[in-house]
Design a binder for this molecule. Structure first.
Ligand SMILES: [Zn+2]
Length: 132
């Protein structure tokens, strides 16, 4: 029987319990604002396992933001030919903030995916549910 790989489930925002149901509604960059489903449509796993559970994903999201800002800052430095004049401060601020703005839906989705897949001992993969 075909098993869903963890990587596939992570990338596609699938349920950590069965790796089949969608955690989110809508697509990553669609016209509809993505939301987190309450339950898995496939196995019935509740995603917000306790009230306010997703507040924890803010820490993950914060760490992702910091990493992205550093990466974008370094990229800006490289692509501007090592420009570190004070006048180019706004270039950095502009690029970093637009980068974070563009990445916001990505961070929203993957901070929750990381929380549910890696930081939630209460939810584990169960191959029994990983079938059509
Ligand atoms: Zn599920």
């Amino acid at each position: 029987m075909e098993k869903t790989t963890k990587l596939y489930a992570l990338v596609n925002g699938k349920c950590p319990h069965c790796r089949r149901g969608d955690i989110f509604t809508g697509s990553l960059y669609g016209f509809n604002i993505q939301r987190t489903n309450e339950f898995c449509s496939h196995c019935g796993q509740r995603y917000e396992i306790e009230p306010g559970y997703f507040y924890a994903s803010m820490y993950v999201s914060y760490a992702m933001n910091v990493a992205e800002m550093i990466a974008i800052g370094i990229a800006t430095y490289v692509f501007s030919g090592g420009n570190l004049e004070f006048d180019s401060l706004w270039l950095y601020v502009g690029v970093i903030f637009s980068g974070c703005f563009i990445l916001a839906p990505f961070n929203y989705r993957y901070s929750r995916v990381i929380l549910l897949h890696w930081l939630s001992p209460k939810i584990s993969y169960n191959a029994y549910y990983d079938q059509p």
